[in-house]
Design a protein around this ligand. Sequence first.
Ligand SMILES: [Zn+2]
Ligand SMILES: [Zn+2]
Length: 463
Amino acid sequence: DYLIQYGYLQPPLEETDGQFGEAEMAEALRSFQEASELPVTGWLDRETKTRMAQPRCGLQDPFNQKILKYLLLGRWRKRNLTFRILNLTPDLPPQMVRDALHAAFDYWTAVTPLSFREVHAGHADIRFFFHRRRVAGCSHAFDGPGKVLAHADIPEAGSVHFDEDEMWTEGTSRGINLRIIAAHELGHALGLGHSRFPKALMAPVYLGYRPDFRLHPDDVAGIQALYGKKSRRKEEEEIQELDLETIEPPSPKVPSPVPDPCKGELDAILFGPHLKTYAFKGDYVWTVTDSGRGPLRRVSTLWPGLSGSLDAAVYSPRTGRIYFFKGDQVWVYIGFKLEAGFPRRLVHVGPNLDAALYWPLNQKIFLFKGSGYWQWDELAWNDFSRYPKPMRGLFTGAPAGLSAAVSWKNGGIYFFKGSSYWRLNRQLRAEKGYPRDTAHHWMHCPPRATGIALPNGTDTSSG
Ligand SMILES: [Zn+2]
Ligand SMILES: [Zn+2]
């Protein structure tokens, strides 16, 4: 029950006998033990039982792929938020409750550009509420003293609830420290999931009162991945770098030839953060807009540590991560900053992928190779044993052996192969009138002399 409740075991959607296999159970126990820094035995041993009995947060631990540290679940689109304390706990004097909740905000405002203002009536973005068991207005019941201490909604919902059956305290190791739990639940309310670092504030299990409590570097990295640093100068520099950085640093390795955006096929295409579209070919990348294309730059000048000749690239608005694939490796960037620990080896999906895209309708990432695809949920355990599946089972009228793919700002999915591209609708069916010429329609190159007619009948023989 514990493994299901906190997301380590997922009841299968198709089979309904409700029984988990021994191997499945052992795997779930191993991932729980790994995440809890317990000896990884795969058995329900005494240490594991003890850890499961400890008080903790009510949210799941959808630890992803064993590669991630902090986990991002959402984001507020504004930086200045309001909050309201709907009721107080009788466990502490009213002013101490308020001070503890205000102090919880201070941990996050110290490291981000976020600001919080208390309101005493009407709507507030974040709402604190103490309740017992099941109450109207909350879909999650509490469980009496111990075990689950609190729960919260991810952005942009804003509920932060505390279990009134706990003894809320401040300044003592008796009971449960309201300030630390409030800071943890605010982490969720701001968009963070659970951390795999057991000493992080965002770890799922409550570690008890610590007089010298501080955020863990993983907590800071997580919240800054969502909202940037306290001083926003650095973040703005990173964004502007795109438009200013034209000088390439000297490179010891022999550069690949500068590609011609009007010829041949793309390695990858990325619809990235800030609604920018990047095209990749060889060691070079350039931006594509509705009116033209930017200058060619070395890939490594924008994304330090990333080599060229990529297989695939995809940006996930769900987690804010950019994934680059090449050979049997994956690189993860937030913006233009490489995440610690990357590149890593691809384990569950094939090497030498053809293309990757994010599908907003189900918030999954699709990876393509040959005539097959994998569907990947970044925030859940994935059963990759059923993949790769044949593309033709899901995509109609689309080619196999893609060179690049992207789901773009207009909602369309685009497949690239050779010098052509296809547009797919929401039913994943290739639309009429495709394939078209990538160089002309995406790269703003002059139309080719091969007789592709323009809608207005412009002469196509020039250029
Ligand atoms: Zn939590
Ligand atoms: Zn609640």
